[in-house]
Write a protein that binds this ligand. Structure first.
Ligand SMILES: [Cu+2]
Length: 416
């Protein structure tokens, strides 16, 4: 996996995705066997949760309604959209980009997508498990050029399933799961040991996963998803008796996505963006090594923020373009909040407060990489705002709507 590699950019490989030559080996690895090391306190429930996830390039629109629903005007009349470069021109992409996204499937043929709530947006599929369980993920990389991995934030994994490598090969044996090549697959195994149990007073807790080949570029391209952990035996009852919402406060610097040059070539054909140098650096004297997948996912390009803007979306939507989070009055709700990227966010709900570790609050601070689980009782009917209270982020799009129905609630009732 670690290679000394120098290569002319003109010869960047475009791998053929058809075939997945190792797929039967990856499927055979979904065998329910525990990894080579397990934590001492881990008492296996025998329950294996299996998921089928692909990394794929898909077109994404940050404003599918075409409106700045915060100001109540079409995008091209929104001064904020104009200010932040969200209006498409011959020299600026606008709000529609190709992104690298995790997509869930029902089985190893990767034919039928799993169902996902509309508000979930560009996040990957929600993985769920109870304390004591093992998660097995059959992951395939459907992208043509770039590498991807599935790195867990918070669950237990052995080095084999870490989904990231330490450059120059220090202290670890590289695993194919560190960077899955186009057209390849890997089976990750994660455990949910007792320390991952939900916080006192909660029955569930948010964790997450993301690609970690070149994290900065991988994050701006997409490739992020949620994990919810439940107390033993509590998954089904919790899901049936609560509205569960995951809100991903992220930022996307599209000029830094590994798809930035691809996006300019596709959406701005008149603009000549290109790679900054014609060759990758040559290894110097000494024990240099270049990790090839990271080099591919960190393409140095002349794409700038005029061509490809910076977005501050929630679940991939800006300016209240999200399909709303919906509840009936007096419902119990669990909000799972997640921040990734380069900035702090402050989740704030109008109309209803939340309970954060037992404290009633209208605002929950989040730092990059942090996941916070809070509760709400839907006391106050109406259509309400859920925003980031950081003013510049708000201006760049971080606002969404949630609805609490008072009469004739159209949602299936919760179990009591
Ligand atoms: Cu923010």
């Amino acid at each position: 996996m670690i290679k000394v590699f120098a290569l002319a950019l003109a010869a960047l490989p475009v791998a053929v995705t058809a075939g997945y030559s190792n797929i039967s080996k990856c499927i055979a690895s979904m065998n329910g066997k525990l990894p080579y090391y397990t934590p001492e306190e881990f008492d296996f429930s025998g329950q294996v949760r299996r998921y089928y996830i692909a990394a794929e390039v898909d077109t994404w629109d940050y404003t599918p309604t075409g409106w700045d629903n915060w100001l109540g005007v079409p995008m091209n009349e929104s001064f904020r959209a104009q200010t932040w470069g969200y209006i498409p021109t011959n020299e600026s992409i606008g709000t529609v980009y190709d992104k690298a996204l995790y997509r869930g499937y029902t089985g190893p043929d990767f034919k039928t997508p799993t169902e996902q709530a509309p508000w979930q947006g560009y996040m990957g599929p929600t993985l769920r498990a109870e304390v004591g369980d093992m998660i097995e993920i059959l992951f395939i990389n459907k992208m043509e050029t770039f590498y991807a991995s599935v790195h867990s934030m918070g669950l237990f994994y052995t080095k084999e399933s870490e989904g990231s490598i330490y450059y120059n090969g220090t202290g670890t044996t590289p695993s194919p799961g560190d960077a899955v090549a186009p057209g390849e697959c890997f089976t990750y195994k994660w455990l949910v040991p007792p320390p991952d149990t939900p916080n006192p007073g909660y029955v569930s807790k948010l964790y997450s996963y993301h690609s970690y080949v070149s994290m900065y570029q991988d994050q701006d391209a997409g490739l992020s998803g949620p994990v919810i952990v439940y107390e033993p035996g509590k998954m089904n009852t919790t899901m049936a008796s609560n509205r569960e919402f995951i809100v991903f406060y992220g930022d996307n610097q599209e000029s830094n996505s590994f798809l930035a040059l691809h996006n300019v070539e596709k959406y701005l054909p008149a603009v000549q963006a290109m790679n900054e140098s014609s060759t990758y650096p040559q290894p110097g004297p000494g024990n240099h090594s270049i990790w090839y997948p990271q080099m591919i996912n960190t393409p140095k390009t002349n794409v700038n923020t005029d061509m490809a803007a910076n977005f501050f979306p929630m679940n991939g939507y800006i300016f209240a373009n999200n399909p709303p989070f919906e509840m009936c009055v007096n419902d119990a709700a669990i909000w799972y909040l997640w921040d990734m990227g380069f900035d702090t966010h402050v989740a704030h709900w109008h109309g209803n407060n939340v309970y954060n570790n037992g404290l009633n609050t209208p605002a929950v601070p989040l730092n990059p990489g942090q996941m916070v689980t809070v509760n709400m009782i839907a006391l106050n009917p109406g259509q309400w705002q859920l925003i980031c209270h950081f003013n510049t982020h708000l201006s760049k799009g971080m606002e969404a709507n949630y609805i609490i129905y008072r009469d004739n609630c159209p949602l299936p009732p919760l179990a009591t």
